[in-house]
Design a protein around this ligand. Structure first.
Ligand SMILES: Nc1ncnc2c1ncn2[C@@H]1O[C@H](COP(=O)(O)OP(=O)(O)OP(=O)(O)O)[C@@H](O)[C@H]1O
Length: 370
């Protein structure tokens, strides 16, 4: 599905002037507080009627101010998940879920109750009431309620923002499953680099009401200037690694990318699973020769593609690794000392222990040939 947005809307002193197209399975609207993410998601959902512009989803016009078209929220077939679950306290989980499908005409219901319950792992909660659920469980039920309505699109506005790190980690795999197994595109609002890097296929970066960049997540998050100052340590590359096997005695998992073999701390998944892994630029060292006698477990032969540096001490070196992109953050001094330049072949060295749960995404398209 392609979502096309091109809108202008004043709210007090704030002007939202945003335009983007996305065909991604999970498109993140990413940006600092007050950049317009919620306003934009509310325009897509029909909670806000823009003063000017057009929104289409799969060619279906939701808003077109020039043609005076405005499809009301309840006719858009869009599922909403907010930061707070907004479940009905007096209804059980089963009744909350069933409520979701109430407004969908019978002929248009494609979502199967038990499939949704299985996908979100909420079967054991069906007879409970929201007050007895944890924050993460409530959010899973809220997502279930949105899914059971058989939506054409799901909007999630900071769905993890009110959860602590442990609850976030618990819910992530369900969001990944939803992204990979359901056919429903998701628009996801967040200002967290870690969350967006793990979940999004596409990112729209907003700043002061304007789209400053949009594209594939890996491309966006390898660009230093698009991340907020305090999150620049998170700049990095996203690569797909296919699981080859486990070295149980060392607690390691062996994986393969287009550029070579990797060893990461043990990942609980079978051989053939394809994982999406974020390799932070600050964790990648460069060497002119293949290092020997070094503790780091991952060494890949790479080619320098591009070097970007400004007046500061650092440079961001973009690397080709068998068709994958990696990025390395080094000092400008190292660039000079090593004679780094586009086309130069070097070795990228990454310590296994730099990977943790936050940068190893689960994936549910398994058993791809490797
Ligand atoms: N009803 C309103 N009237 C006037 N200004 C508004 C209204 N709603 C939002 N704004 C302003 O519009 C701007 C964008 O708000 P919005 O909630 O879309 O940003 P956001 O990126 O979602 O922020 P956050 O991450 O803090 O939720 C802000 O400056 C906000 O104060």
């Amino acid at each position: 599905m392609t979502l096309s947005v091109d809108v202008r809307h004043h709210q007090g002193d704030f002007l939202l002037d945003a335009s983007f197209d996305s065909g991604g399975r999970l498109t993140a609207l990413f940006g600092p507080s007050g950049s317009g993410k919620t306003s934009l998601v509310n325009i897509i959902g029909g909670l806000i009627r823009p003063q000017q512009g057009r929104v289409t989803a799969d060619g279906r016009v939701l808003v077109d101010t020039a043609a005076r078209t405005f499809v009301p929220m309840h006719k858009r077939r869009i599922g909403y998940v907010f930061q707070d679950a907004r479940l009905f306290p007096h209804l059980t989980v089963r009744q909350n879920l069933a409520y979701g499908r109430f407004f969908t005409p019978a002929a248009e219901r494609y979502a199967d109750f038990s499939d949704v319950v299985d996908l979100l792992g909420i079967g054991h909660l069906l007879d409970r009431r929201p007050a007895s659920l944890s924050g993460g469980e409530k959010q899973r039920v809220a997502i279930g309620r949105a899914l059971i309505a058989s939506p054409k699109l799901i909007l999630m506005d900071e769905p993890l923002a009110s959860l602590d790190e442990a609850r976030k980690a618990e819910i992530m795999p369900y969001l990944e499953k939803l992204r990979d197994e359901s056919r429903i595109p998701i628009v996801y609002v967040s200002h967290s680099v870690a969350e967006v890097a793990r979940l999004a296929t596409d990112v729209v970066v907003l700043d002061h009401g304007k789209v400053v960049a949009s594209g594939a997540t890996g491309d966006i998050f390898s660009r230093f200037e698009l991340l907020p100052e305090e999150e620049r340590g998170e700049v990095g590359a996203l690569i797909e690694l296919a699981l080859v096997g486990h070295e149980e005695s060392f607690g390691l998992t062996v994986l393969r990318s287009a550029g070579g073999e990797w060893r990461l701390p043990s990942i609980d998944a079978p051989a053939g699973t394809v994982l999406r892994v974020r390799v932070r630029a600050r964790d990648v060292m460069l060497a002119l020769e293949r290092p020997v006698g070094i503790s780091a477990l991952n060494t890949l032969s790479v080619t320098v593609v591009d070097i970007s540096a400004n007046a500061g001490p650092e440079a961001l070196v973009s690397l080709d690794s068998g068709g994958d992109r990696l990025v390395s953050r080094v000092t400008r001094r190292s660039v000079e000392l090593l004679g780094l330049a586009p086309g130069r072949k070097v070795f990228a060295v990454v310590k296994a222990v730099t990977f943790d749960k936050a940068n190893i995404g689960g994936s549910h398209y398994q058993h791809r040939s490797i």
